[in-house]
Design a protein around this ligand. Structure first.
Ligand code: EPU
Length: 423
């Protein structure tokens, strides 16, 4: 797969309004799971609308290590995966630790091989991230599961369908269990399943491969196991978080941005919040337009599982509140440590105070430039937007994180009139 260099320091000159049009490509959090799904069927699967991001390249390396051949046409956004009859059964820690999304190979490997050894993913800069629900679900499907020397080791012989109730509607637990149960014998019902559009996208691809799944997009997924699946061609669902990032950027910079190839219905809550904050939001057949002609008004935001306000847009929402008129409370209900970047925003002059899983933000008319550091993808995007509304030049260190989830973010921002360069 092609490698693009990573630039770790981005330099943002504040003051520009974001004006113009951008096109959004496929969702990171979908395509990583779609790539894992290809392992379920020997032969050639083709994924389109694939974003040109670092995480796709790392997931590609993992699939190759399991015996698949990959061809990635980054310019066309197409990945072709040739999956052999016999896939490997070990996902090495060194690859899994680099992207957490890769942990969803557990389901397909168990389903295809009856056994799997997958590196245990670690915590990260957004808080502790358990995998107990993945493992408990696999055990209900008949696998013997243990954690040994930093690896999840699972053996199953044949998986057998079962009722599974998830304590939390975890996105990747739902996906891992979907990926395992489509080839299990009999019926699996996943209750309290995640309803995120990326989960539905995976389910739709599995159906195109021959799986039988009812209740797609709802919190009860019923899977009737089938004997075998066939490869397919599938277009990745548009990235709602990237689309939402540009929406917030338009509101913050008093700009006017049209976002194309996006699904506004996947952003109901964030777009409603932006409208409450005073932005003009127009829905279009292939996306939406957000414009603002006055400083946003502060609005309270609480993150929640879909269709609630997405936790992945939480840092962007805090950046918006930092320059809004008035005070508001942001409550994070999904992850326990996703406020680490707030200190960086404070370095840019934001008046924000963390208290447990709440942040109290008192808006200021403008932020002031400072060197800041990025801890994760979404915090990175938020700090870049904050730099756009700061006076002077903001240097954003460790900005390589952004390239894990945003394809050509700097170029897209420049096309909208921002002064952003990678060094
Ligand atoms: N949880 C458990 N046990 C489990 C699994 C999850 O307690 O076995 C808890 C987590 O600790 C967390 C909550 O459940 O508090 C929700 O986590 P979830 O499992 O839904 O998150 P995830 O599947 O690990 C995906 C995305 C994240 C996104 C979350 C929530 C991928 C690769 N990652 O993670 O994306 O924030 O869903 O929507 O799909 C990002 O893109 O920047 C990102 C972090």
């Amino acid at each position: 797969m092609p490698q693009t260099p990573s630039y770790d320091r981005w330099v943002v000159r504040g003051g520009a309004r974001l004006v113009g049009e951008v096109t959004v490509s496929g969702a990171k959090n979908s395509v990583l799971k779609l790539l894992a799904a290809t392992l379920l069927a020997p032969g050639r699967s083709v994924l389109t609308n694939v974003p040109d991001i670092a995480d796709v390249r790392i997931m590609g390396e993992l699939l190759q290590s399991l015996g698949a051949e990959l061809h990635h046409d980054a310019a066309a956004g197409v990945v072709t995966v040739d999956v052999p009859e016999l896939v490997g059964d070990v996902a090495e820690y060194d690859l899994v630790r680099r992207i957490r999304g890769s942990f969803v190979v557990l389901g397909p490997l168990l389903a295809r091989r009856g056994r799997a050894r997958v590196g245990l993913p670690g915590g990260d800069a957004i808080g502790s991230r358990q995998i107990d629900l993945h493992l408990a679900g696999m055990a209900l499907l008949g696998a013997e599961v243990s954690v040994e020397h930093g690896y999840v080791v699972a053996t199953s012989g044949n998986l057998v369908g079962a009722p599974i109730w998830l304590d939390i509607p975890s996105v990747m637990a739902t996906e891992n269990l979907l990926l395992a149960s489509v080839l299990a014998k009999g019926t699996t019902v996943i209750d309290n399943a995640a309803r995120e559009p990326e989960v539905a996208d995976l389910a739709h691809m599995l159906v195109a491969m021959g799986a039988q799944i009812d209740g797609i997009g709802t919190s009860t997924l019923t899977i009737e196991g089938v004997e075998g699946l066939r490869p397919c061609e599938h277009a990745t669902v548009p990235d709602r978080i990237v689309a939402g990032t540009f929406a917030v950027g338009a509101a913050m910079t008093l700009g006017d941005v049209t976002v194309r190839d996006a699904r506004a219905e996947h952003l109901d809550m964030p777009l409603t919040k932006l409208a409450e904050a005073g932005a003009q939001v127009d829905l279009l057949p292939d996306g939406f337009r957000v414009r603002a002609d006055r400083r946003p008004t502060a609005v309270d935001v609480s993150t929640l599982y879909y269709p609630g306000f997405p936790t992945d847009l939480q840092p962007l929402a805090i950046a918006l509140l930092a320059i809004s008129e008035g005070s508001a409370m942001l409550t994070e209900n999904v992850f326990d440590g996703r406020f680490q970047f707030v200190d960086e925003l404070v370095r840019l002059g934001a008046d924000a105070h963390v208290n447990g899983h709440h942040v109290m933000v008192r808006g200021r008319p403008q932020l002031s430039s400072a060197p800041v550091q990025v801890g994760d993808i979404r915090a990175g995007a938020a700090l870049i937007l904050a730099g756009l509304v700061a006076d002077g030049v903001t240097e954003v260190y460790d900005a390589g994180h952004i390239e894990r989830g945003y394809a050509g973010f700097d170029a897209q921002l420049r096309s909208l009139g921002a002064d952003v360069t990678r060094r």
